[in-house]
Write a protein that binds this ligand. Structure first.
Ligand code: ZN
Length: 241
């Protein structure tokens, strides 16, 4: 089976379409969605419909999905994010909001676990940015591979090796090892590389690959401005941050 792993799409239709076209070329058969379908960018409804109609092996809820689907207080979000969430709530139908609200916090696809933030505290929305946070999550991981998202930074941890890897973008999945992997963000990368980020996992070949892909950033930026969303949300896409 070849899985396509897509995370933090954040309503970026141009990036999502580019990634799905590339996944098709790569022979992806099923998808794993690591959450945050909406928020920040200007096509939440369109992206949600595309994702829910993919052959999905697993999908989980992200913090922006939660905020967009429930009428929770936004005072703890930064003002730009809060504005985008309010705008997003208005764009979604009640049925679409119900779909997001009912997404699980964790999911399994065969030997793969999926969570948006961390396995040790899935609903606290913590970030895994170093090996200490990775270790905490790995101690609650009972599958060989777990995909997580939330930070928008592609990273990989191997519990046995106690090291962070990903320089090459290729991970050979070996017996006896346990992996915790962030495929990066499709719709708002934050590692200073503005290209869309995603991963593939070929379970027959036992290889996970990280992919980066250019897309029409200007088209996405134009829509953000036209929607009246904060200009900074458009600017950051060119910077990859
Ligand atoms: Zn996100």
């Amino acid at each position: 089976m070849i899985y396509g792993i897509i995370s933090d799409i954040h309503a970026n239709l141009e990036a999502l379409n580019a990634v799905l076209a590339r996944c098709e070329e790569l022979g992806v058969e099923q998808y794993i969605c690591v959450g945050d379908l909406v928020g920040y960018n200007a096509n939440p409804s369109e992206c949600l419909e595309i994702v829910r109609n993919l052959p999905l092996a697993a999908i989980v809820k992200g913090n922006h999905d939660e905020q967009a689907s429930e009428d929770l207080d936004l005072s703890e979000f930064n003002p730009q994010a809060a504005k985008a969430i309010e705008w997003t709530r208005d764009q979604l139908s009640q049925e679409q909001r119900d779909y997001l609200r009912d997404l699980p916090m964790k999911a399994r696809a065969g030997r793969i676990t999926v969570v948006h933030a961390t396995l040790d505290n899935p609903d606290m929305w913590g970030y895994i940015m170093d090996k200490y946070a990775a270790e905490a999550s790995l101690s609650y991981q009972f599958s060989q591979v777990c995909f997580y998202g939330h930070s928008h930074v592609p990273m990989a941890f191997d519990r046995q090796m106690d090291v962070e890897m990903m320089e090459s973008g290729v991970i050979n999945v070996e017996p006896g090892h346990k992996y915790l992997i962030n495929p990066g963000s499709v719709g708002q990368p934050r590692d200073k590389d503005p290209r869309a980020s995603f991963a593939t996992y070929d379970t027959d070949e036992c290889v996970i690959k990280l992919h980066r892909l250019e897309y029409d950033i200007e088209a996405t930026q134009k829509k953000i401005i036209e929607a009246g969303l904060p200009e900074r949300l458009a600017q950051r896409l060119s910077l990859g941050y």
